[in-house]
Design a protein around this ligand. Structure first.
Ligand SMILES: C[S@@+](CC[C@H](N)C(=O)[O-])C[C@H]1O[C@@H](n2cnc3c(N)ncnc32)[C@H](O)[C@@H]1O
Length: 257
């Protein structure tokens, strides 16, 4: 898979404290197979958990989109021609982020609008309960991008016990309060989700970059699946957690700890 950007990061770690923008500028061109970015969603409030906190307030939607555009644009040169980007957002911005990605990459680079259906959470008497996030999947070259369709257990009686190719709706529960993988970092994503995404969109041995790594879920999934994890986060507490989880993941390579 060629260059391994993780080795070129100044402090030698696969996860480091940095702004996504600076981290992107430090990456060699065409060195990353998959970018998975799970930025703040512009919820308008700080996200807090027992193991950390991050700010999620922008003066306006256009301010948020400008922030995101600058970082995605700086990252694109680091993606290989066979590579892809998965941008994880939600109902607040997905319609605008899709347009942003169309602008930066071209509408013909759109591959999927994945729906992560997670189940948990409250409901409202005034609308349908919001129970999914949006993951926008774009490639660099429609004729060359790497993809290995994930397989999930079939649910129909006819195929019971067999597997079928996953659809663009990924039914994966969010992390429950008792889950062993729970770190206490706010908005931590489940390893089962990242395992599917990493295996589907990054070749074995390839490089996965998560520029807003938080507690390191994508990095851990990458390491466990035999991919090379590279990540950063502005929050030192997040990077500390990610590094700790990565140490465990590399000790158990091949299985999700
Ligand atoms: C939604 S959380 C990521 C959660 C992560 N996927 C997980 O499973 O733990 C977003 C993260 O983006 C980080 N962040 C915010 N602005 C950033 C920036 N400019 N550069 C790098 N990270 C940033 C926050 O500190 C936060 O940890």
């Amino acid at each position: 898979m060629g260059g391994r950007p993780a080795q070129q990061w100044s402090d030698g770690g696969a996860a480091r404290v940095a702004d996504w923008l600076d981290a992107a500028a430090a990456l060699p061109p065409a060195s990353v197979d998959l970018v998975y970015a799970d930025p703040p969603f512009s919820t308008g409030k700080a996200r807090t958990g027992p193991a950390g906190r991050y700010a999620d307030t922008w003066p306006s939607l256009s301010g948020y989109l400008a922030w995101l555009r600058e970082r995605v644009a700086a990252t694109i040169p680091a993606i290989r021609p066979t590579g892809s980007i998965l941008l994880h957002v939600d109902w607040r911005t997905s319609h605008r982020v899709r347009v942003l990605l169309d602008d930066l990459l071209g509408p013909d680079r759109f591959v999927n609008h994945l729906v992560w259906s997670y189940g948990l959470g409250g409901s409202s008497p005034r609308r349908f309960a919001r129970k999914h996030d949006d993951i926008l999947f774009y490639c660099i070259d429609p004729g060359r991008y790497w993809f290995d369709p994930p397989r999930v257990p079939a649910t129909s009686n006819r195929l019971r016990g067999l597997k079928k190719k996953a659809t663009d709706v990924l039914d994966i529960p969010s992390i429950n309060n008792m889950a062993a993988e729970r770190t206490g970092y706010p908005t931590q994503k489940p390893l089962a989700l990242l395992d599917v995404l990493v295996r589907a969109c990054c070749p074995p041995g390839g490089v996965v970059l998560d520029p807003c790594c938080g507690s390191g879920t994508a990095l851990v999934a990458a390491a466990a699946a035999g991919r090379v994890p590279v990540g950063c986060d502005m929050n030192p507490r997040a990077v500390e957690l990610a590094r700790r989880r990565l140490l465990l993941a590399t000790a158990h390579a091949g299985s999700i700890p």
